[in-house]
Design a protein around this ligand. Structure first.
Ligand SMILES: [Ca+2]
Length: 189
C-alpha cells in the first residue's frame, strides 16, 4: 500500500536522471523522481531539499534510507488507499544521522492525526527502532506524512515504511458468529 517505502527506487531514479550520488545527496523536487511517489515538503523555506543516503550508515533494509534533515528539516508524504472500517498498521524503521543534537525529533501524520517520535543516542545507540502506529480507516484514502522537526542538517532517519491491514476483522454483520481477535500495538493512533 505504501509505494517505494524502502526508498530503493533511488537507484533507478538517480540513474534515470543521470545524478551521480554514490554516497548521499540532497536534491530538490525537480529531481523528485528519486523518491517518487513520495513528495518532499517543508515549511518556512524554499526550495525544499530531500536527502537520500546509501553509505553514511547501514540502511535498515536494502541500500537506501532517508535523513529527514537535508540542509533543513522536511517531510515526505504519499497518498494511500484504504478500506473504511479496516484496521491498519503503519510502521517504519527509525534511526538517526549521528551528527548534531543527540536527540532527534519528528512526527508521523495519518490524515488529520499527528504523533511525535524521537530518537535518542543514549537510549537507542545506533540501532534501528521499529515504530508502529495502528489506526482504523475512516475514509478511502489518506496522506501518510513522516517529517522532521529537528533543526539543522542532521535529522531522524527513516527506512522501510510499510502499511498493512492487521489481522483484526472488519466489523461483522449481526448474524455472524462473534469472534474476537486481540489487536494490539505499542503506539495506538
Ligand atoms: Ca531501504
Amino acid at each position: 500500500m505504501i509505494v517505494n517505502g524502502d526508498f530503493e527506487g533511488a537507484s533507478k531514479g538517480l540513474s534515470t536522471l543521470g545524478v551521480n550520488c554514490p554516497d548521499w545527496c540532497a536534491l530538490d523536487m525537480s529531481r523528485g523522481a528519486v523518491i517518487a511517489p513520495w513528495v518532499a515538503t517543508a515549511v518556512g523555506y524554499s526550495p525544499v531539499l530531500f536527502e537520500v543516503d546509501r553509505t553514511p550508515w547501514q540502511s535498515s533494509s536494502g541500500s537506501w534510507s532517508m535523513d529527514l534533515c537535508a540542509n533543513l528539516p522536511y517531510a515526505i508524504n504519499q497518498k494511500v488507499s484504504l478500506v473504511p472500517g479496516q484496521e491498519y498498521a503503519l510502521s517504519f524503521m527509525l534511526g538517526q544521522n549521528a551528527c548534531g543534537t543527540p536527540v532527534k525529533t519528528g512526527y508521523v501524520t495519518v490524515g488529520d492525526k499527528t504523533y511525535n517520535f524521537y530518537y535518542s543516542q543514549a537510549e537507542f545507540g545506533n540501532s534501528w527502532r521499529n515504530m508502529t502506529y495502528v489506526f482504523v480507516a475512516d475514509e478511502t484514502a489518506k496522506y501518510v506524512t513522516i517529517g522532521s522537526n529537528t533543526a539543522g542538517s542532521c535529522g531522524p532517519v527513516v527506512d522501510n515504511v510499510q502499511l498493512r491491514s492487521t489481522s483484526c476483522p472488519l466489523p461483522v454483520v449481526a448474524s455472524a458468529p462473534l469472534e474476537k481477535k486481540k489487536c494490539s500495538a505499542s503506539n495506538m493512533l
